[in-house]
Design a protein around this ligand. Structure first.
Ligand code: HEM
Length: 190
């Protein structure tokens, strides 16, 4: 924010919090597979994962509120949606924008649910089975965040290194989750 051009401090904070939220969310989904790799079992209530998750929701929600302010207005629409002359064409851009915003609303609901689950009281009240089931809301939250990120990376024509960072983070989560599941299946079969 200190380095942002005058008048763009909030845009900068929105961008930075979005980019803090993404690796934190990925981190929460990497801990399970890493634990399975080490122990052959799924983790229960993992405290580091809980901490990462809480910070992910805090940063994500700061971005959520800021982005509503800085990106849901006529100026933004004129610059990146209706008035942009880069690929893709404005009607497609409008569709992408609409779905990206809808995805963000769904993510916010899932984040609130996940935050409510991030304490011992929730585990005691729900029991392990239901707590674990509801905690799987982190998967759709990650999938929707990926969709939202792709849409805004296209709309704002992000630089190659930001696209590469997103691809690397998403690939790490997908590969780790796949490997974790394969490892669990193998240890159940033997
Ligand atoms: C909790 C919900 C949300 C999450 C997890 C989330 C996540 C992200 C992520 C990871 C990026 C980085 C993509 C990039 O620009 O390279 C991003 C960018 C962006 N998001 Fe969100 N987002 C959320 C809600 C929203 C909402 C409600 C809006 C309102 C329109 C929004 C608008 C934007 C915009 C305009 C960008 C481009 C970068 C910027 O200027 O901040 N996001 N978001």
């Amino acid at each position: 924010m200190a380095l942002a051009p005058a008048g763009q401090e909030l845009d900068r904070l929105s961008f930075v919090t979005a980019w803090l939220c993404l690796p934190l969310l990925a981190g929460t989904l990497l801990i399970g597979p890493l634990h399975v790799r080490r122990t052959g079992r799924l983790p229960g209530n993992h405290l580091v994962r809980r901490d990462l998750g809480i910070w992910c929701v805090i940063t994500g929600m700061v971005h959520f509120f800021l982005a509503f302010k800085v990106s849901m207005n006529l100026e933004y629409m004129a610059l990146y949606v209706h008035g942009a002359d880069a690929w893709p064409a404005p009607p497609i851009r409008e569709l992408m924008y609409r779905w990206a915003v809808l995805a963000s609303l769904a993510i916010a609901v899932l984040f609130v649910l996940l935050l409510a689950l991030s304490n011992n009281l929730a585990i005691r009240l729900l029991g392990n089975r239901w707590w674990k089931r509801l905690q799987r809301a982190s998967y759709p939250a990650f999938a929707l965040t990926a969709v939202h990120t792709i849409a805004f990376q296209i709309l704002e024509a992000r630089t190659l290194w930001l696209v590469a960072a997103f691809v690397a983070i998403t690939a790490a989560v997908l590969i780790a989750q796949y490997a974790g599941r394969a490892r669990l299946r193998n240890s159940r079969d033997t």
